[in-house]
Design a protein. Structure first.
Length: 456
C-alpha cells in the first residue's frame, strides 16, 4: 500500500509536468514579440526594437530573482510527522516540488508514537502557476508570461499531498496522509512588481544611443529590401534617404519580414551602447536589492489523517522577512486541533521561528542571478525552534539546525540535527540526525534546457 501511494503521488506530478510546454528560461533576444503598434518613422522603429529587447532582458532578470527567493519551500509541511523543516515558508516551486526522507527517519505521527520505529515520508507540492500556464496555453518559462498579473496571482496558491509511513519493529505500521493548501496574501519580495517601463524611461534616450548602431542597421536593411523598393534604391545613400523620410518609411517597413526584424533585434542586442547595458544592469541591481528586504504573509491549512483515527489539523500564519538576498527570518503562528477517538480532543497553539543564511549571494549582479537560476543553488544554513502546547498533552519544545546542500540544479539534500524535550518525539535519547532529498522540478527543467541549449 505504501509503495502504491508513493507511485500515485509521483505519477500525478509527472503527468502534470508532461502537459507543460517547455522552452528555455534564457529566451534569445531575437525571439521578441511582434509589434503591437506600427512605427511611423525609422527612429520610432529603432525605439521599439530597443525597448522590446530591454523589456525582455528585465523580465528575465525579474523571473530569475523571484525564482531564487529563499521562501520557496520544497520540503514537506512542518506539520508532517517526519518533515525536515520545523517551519513553513510562504511560497513553493513554480511547477512541482517533491520531497523524500532518506535516513535517520525516526519520528512521531500526530499521536506521539515513535518508539522503536523507522519512518519515511514523501510529499508532492504543486503550484497554481502550473495550472495557470496550462489554462492559458503558455509556457511557464516565458519571462513575459511569468510576470503577468494573472501569473503572479496563480503563484500565490499551492497544494500539497504527502504520505508518512511508520513501520514498527513488530511488523505493524502507522500511516498518515498529509493534505495541505497555502495562499499568499502579501508579497513585497516579488521582482515582477517592478514595471519595466519605469526602468526604460530612465535609460539614455535612443537618439543618443544609436550613433554607433545605425550604420549596421542601414546595411542590414538595405541588403534585405533595398532592391524591392519602388523604384529600387540605387545605392545605400539613396536607401537612407527613403528610410529616414517619415513620408516614405512605411514603404520600407511593409517589406520587412519577421526574419529581417529579428536581424535588427540581434544587432541591437549585441550593441551595449544601444541597449544602455551598463545603466540597465545598475537599475536591475537596485531592484534586486530593494525586493530582497521585503516581507511575505501566507495562510496555510494542513491536515494529517492517520489510519488509527488520530487526526490533526493546523491553521498557520506564515511570515517571511528578508534582510538581504542572503538572510531571511521566518515566523509561524498556528492553531492546532487534534481529534483523538475515545479520549479528550487536543487543541492549542504552535509557535516556530527560523533564521536562514544562504552563502555566496552577497554582491551578486543580475547576470550572476540569471546564471545561478539555471545552475545549482547556494548552500544554506538555518537554525529554528518550535514550541507546541496542546490541551491534555505535555508541552513540546524542539530545536533544529539544518544544512541544505545543492547537489545538482533543482536537487537538494537537507541534513538536520534535531533536539527535543521529549525523547519519544525523535526516537533517540536526546538528538536525531535526519537526511532528506528534495526536487524542484522548475529549476531541474530550467537547468536541463539551459544545458541542452549550450550544446547547440
Amino acid at each position: 500500500m505504501m509503495m502504491s501511494r508513493r507511485a500515485l503521488s509521483l505519477s500525478m506530478a509527472l503527468s502534470l509536468l508532461s502537459a507543460v510546454p517547455v522552452v528555455s528560461y534564457a529566451a534569445q533576444p531575437a525571439e521578441l514579440v511582434a509589434a503591437k503598434d506600427k512605427p511611423t518613422s525609422f527612429d520610432e522603429f529603432m525605439d521599439q526594437r530597443r525597448n522590446w529587447f530591454i523589456e525582455n532582458d528585465i523580465q528575465k532578470s525579474q523571473a530569475a530573482a523571484d525564482r531564487l527567493s529563499p521562501t520557496r519551500q520544497v520540503e514537506a509541511p512542518a506539520a508532517s510527522g517526519n518533515s525536515t523543516s520545523l517551519v513553513d515558508q510562504s511560497s513553493a516551486s513554480d511547477l512541482v516540488g517533491i520531497a523524500f526522507n532518506l535516513a535517520g527517519l525516526s519520528g512521531e505521527l500526530s499521536d506521539g508514537s515513535g518508539e522503536g520505529s523507522d519512518a519515511n515520508t514523501v510529499s508532492v507540492t504543486a503550484s497554481g502557476y502550473m495550472l495557470g500556464a496550462l489554462l492559458a496555453g503558455k509556457s511557464p518559462y516565458d519571462p513575459a508570461f511569468y510576470c503577468e498579473e494573472s501569473s503572479q496571482r496563480w503563484r500565490n496558491f499551492t497544494l500539497t499531498l504527502g504520505h508518512d509511513n511508520l513501520d514498527q519493529d513488530n511488523g505493524a505500521g502507522d500511516r498518515a496522509t498529509t493534505v495541505g493548501a497555502k495562499y499568499r496574501w502579501l508579497n513585497n519580495r516579488d521582482a515582477c512588481s517592478i514595471d519595466p517601463d519605469d526602468l526604460i524611461a530612465n535609460l539614455t534616450k535612443a537618439a543618443d544611443a544609436y550613433n554607433g548602431l545605425k550604420p549596421k542597421v542601414f546595411d542590414a536593411l538595405y541588403a534585405a529590401v533595398g532592391s524591392k523598393l519602388t523604384p529600387p534604391a540605387a545605392d545605400l545613400v539613396a536607401f537612407k534617404a527613403v528610410i529616414l523620410n517619415a513620408a516614405t518609411f512605411d514603404q520600407v517597413y511593409s517589406l520587412l519580414s519577421d526574419e529581417d526584424k529579428k536581424a535588427v533585434d540581434t544587432l541591437v542586442a549585441a550593441d551595449p551602447d544601444a541597449t544602455s547595458f551598463t545603466e540597465l544592469r545598475q537599475q536591475e541591481q537596485s531592484i534586486i536589492d530593494e525586493i530582497s528586504s521585503g516581507g511575505e504573509l501566507t495562510t496555510a491549512l494542513v491536515a494529517n489523517l492517520t489510519n488509527d483515527g488520530v487526526d490533526e489539523y493546523d491553521f498557520t500564519l506564515v511570515y517571511d522577512h528578508g534582510f538581504s538576498q542572503s538572510a531571511t527570518w521566518t515566523v509561524n503562528s498556528s492553531f492546532a486541533y487534534q481529534d483523538v477517538p475515545g479520549k479528550s480532543d487536543g487543541y492549542g497553539g504552535v509557535l516556530a521561528t527560523q533564521f536562514e543564511y544562504r552563502f555566496g549571494l552577497s554582491g551578486l549582479t543580475a547576470d550572476d542571478l540569471e546564471a545561478l537560476d539555471s545552475s545549482r543553488g547556494p548552500i544554506s544554513l538555518s537554525g529554528s525552534v518550535k514550541a507546541k502546547w496542546l490541551a491534555h498533552t505535555p508541552s513540546i519544545y524542539i530545536g533544529q539546525l539544518k544544512l541544505s546542500i545543492p547537489i545538482a540544479t533543482g536537487l537538494e539534500l537537507p541534513i538536520t540535527l534535531t533536539a527535543a524535550n521529549r525523547s519519544e518525539l525523535i526516537d533517540e535519547e536526546e538528538i536525531r540526525a535526519h537526511i532528506g532529498f528534495t526536487v524542484d522540478t522548475s529549476k531541474l527543467i530550467s537547468g536541463a534546457s539551459g544545458f541542452l541549449a549550450g550544446l547547440n
